[in-house]
Design a protein around this ligand. Structure first.
Ligand SMILES: Cc1cc2nc3c(=O)[nH]c(=O)nc-3n(C[C@H](O)[C@H](O)[C@H](O)COP(=O)(O)OP(=O)(O)OC[C@H]3O[C@@H](n4cnc5c(N)ncnc54)[C@H](O)[C@@H]3O)c2cc1C
Length: 489
């Protein structure tokens, strides 16, 4: 028996002795947590589903002692394999720790990691407050997962990403020692900012068991607009035009020509009458009614000068109609092939038009189905590659085009991920982003906080080849939900 196997056996015996009541080794339970939304599967040896803080500390203490890999998990909606236990070991599922409370006077929410983001938002809005970050997965993803991935969403253009709302994080180091980074205060200038180091570190530096979130006043009203432009370049002037007019939209989304045409074929309707197949901007304004009206007037004036056609929703029902093109973009794409890679690259605002033109070139050059849409107010565009996995030639063309995209993004001064993180999916390209000094610094931080390398090993740093792994054929719980819930980030 190897030393590793011996440790695994002794560790499992110690785990069952200490945390047996919240541990499972049932095949079906292990299978369920062997993958996330990327659907590459690696079976762990145990699933631990704690109900209280000290159990998390105890699990990490044991894992560290016996050098057992631990992969923390919310609900496994990660699109990058970051929650897949690639080195086996134990999966730490925090979805049962899902309480939260709101302090209306302090305007904070204190949540356990498994609290579902939409539940926090609903409760917050019921008391006139607002937690803005809104990943499309909000109905099922957890706040712990959002912090670990620094999740973004549609409203980030005005309100910022998850990081901008985290005041403090409580949890455990990989050694099992309890820590609290930051406090429930609006200001904090005391020591190193290790709270921000945990945010977006994809569960590789610690386990979050308490999140203190800053809340803001709930906007009184919102209005929705859709405009079609003669070209993608003209549509992508939106962020600058709105900036010059002093308008801060709560949502500013772009869909390229190819995606709009795809939605139109899928729904059998034109997106805006008389403008079939033109790129569009979807805009939402929110805030005080007087401010929204003033901004709406300026926006409509700009549309009348710059757009081919536009529409302002007069009520909620009309707003839903304008949203349809954005909500159905991903659905339409999924019908085209059995594989859809959704990249979440981000570039400076001024380089977006160049990026979209480059993607159009990739589509032609490699004869691929590729569509771009997303958060153009942030420079965060989702480039979607659709191909048939079984078609070796098409899959290879998609692989080559993806590499070209990533190199272009870096050349444009951007980042290979603006929302989903690296996980396993993007380890091939992450090195493009950092020089030796930066890479070594990140590795040194990992080594310091996790000396035995037990926490989420294999992620970010170790090269992984997604193309060599056949995804598991499963339907994730939310894939049975109505379309809105599945709509792509
Ligand atoms: C349909 C769909 C739409 C999506 N839309 C968006 C979007 O708009 N924007 C966006 O940013 N993402 C989006 N995502 C991706 C995903 O929902 C987010 O990355 C989300 O933050 C993951 O949360 P989770 O609870 O599922 O975490 P998991 O997938 O379980 O885990 C994700 C990562 O976080 C770590 N982790 C989880 N909990 C903890 C914890 N308590 N402590 C330490 N580490 C932890 C895990 O180890 C893993 O590395 C989407 C996914 C789907 C399937």
């Amino acid at each position: 028996m190897t030393k590793e196997n011996e440790n695994a056996d002794m560790g499992l015996a110690a785990l069952l002795g200490s945390l047996g009541e919240v541990t499972s080794t049932e095949v079906e339970d292990l299978r369920r947590v062997s993958y996330d939304a990327m659907k590459v599967s690696f079976t762990p040896e145990a699933l631990v589903k704690p109900t209280e803080d000290p159990q998390v500390g105890e699990l990490l203490r044991l894992a560290n002692e016996f050098a057992i890999p631990v992969t923390t998990r919310g609900v496994g909606s990660s699109l990058t394999g970051s929650a897949a236990p690639i080195h086996g070991g134990w999966v730490l599922d925090l979805s049962a720790m899902n309480d939260f409370s709101i302090d209306e006077d302090e305007r904070v929410c204190v949540a356990q990691p498994g609290a579902v983001v939409a539940d926090i938002q609903k409760a917050t809005e019921e008391v006139g407050l607002f937690y803005p970050p809104d990943p499309s997965s909000k109905k099922f993803c957890t706040i712990g997962g959002n912090v670990a991935c620094n999740a973004g969403g549609l409203r980030c253009v005005k309100y910022g990403v998850t990081r901008d709302y985290v005041l403090a994080l409580g949890g455990f180091l990989p050694t099992g020692e309890k820590v609290k980074w930051g406090r429930a205060t609006r200001k904090f200038a005391t020591g190193y900012n290790l709270r921000d180091l945990w945010i977006g570190s994809e569960g590789t530096l610690g386990v979050i068991t308490e999140v203190t979130l800053r809340l803001v006043p709930k906007p009184a009203v919102s209005r929705t607009f859709l405009a079609a432009f003669a070209s993608e370049e003209e549509a992508l002037q939106g962020p600058f035009a709105l900036g010059r007019l002093g308008i801060r939209p709560s949502i500013l989304e772009f869909l390229d020509q190819w995606t709009v045409s795809g939605v139109e074929s899928y729904t059998g309707k034109t997106v805006l009458e008389g403008t079939s197949g033109l790129p569009v901007l979807l805009v939402e304004l929110d805030g005080h009614p007087a401010q929204v009206e003033e901004d709406a007037a300026k926006l409509l004036q700009w549309f009348s000068e710059a757009a081919v056609s536009h529409k302002a929703a007069a009520n909620g029902e009309e707003a839903e109609e304008l949203w349809e093109v954005r909500r159905k973009g991903s659905q339409a794409m999924k019908k085209l092939a059995n594989t859809k890679l959704n990249e979440d690259v981000v570039v400076p605002l001024k380089r977006q038009a160049e990026l979209v033109a480059f993607v159009n070139g990739l589509r032609e050059e490699h004869d691929l189905r590729i569509g771009t849409f997303g958060h153009c107010g942030d420079g965060n565009l989702h480039v979607n590659f659709m191909y048939d996995r079984e078609d070796a030639d098409e899959a290879e063309r998609a692989r080559i085009a993806l590499g070209e995209l990533m190199r272009k993004v870096v050349e444009l001064g951007g980042a290979i991920s603006g929302e989903h993180g690296i996980g396993l999916a993007k380890t091939e390209f992450v090195r493009l982003m950092f020089n030796d000094a930066e890479w070594k610094t990140m590795q040194a931080i990992k080594k310091t906080l996790d000396p035995n390398g037990i926490l989420n090993p294999g992620k970010i740093f170790e090269p992984f080849r997604p193309w060599e792994h056949v995804p598991v054929n499963v339907t994730l719980p939310w894939e049975n939900e109505p379309e809105e819930c599945q709509s792509s980030p």
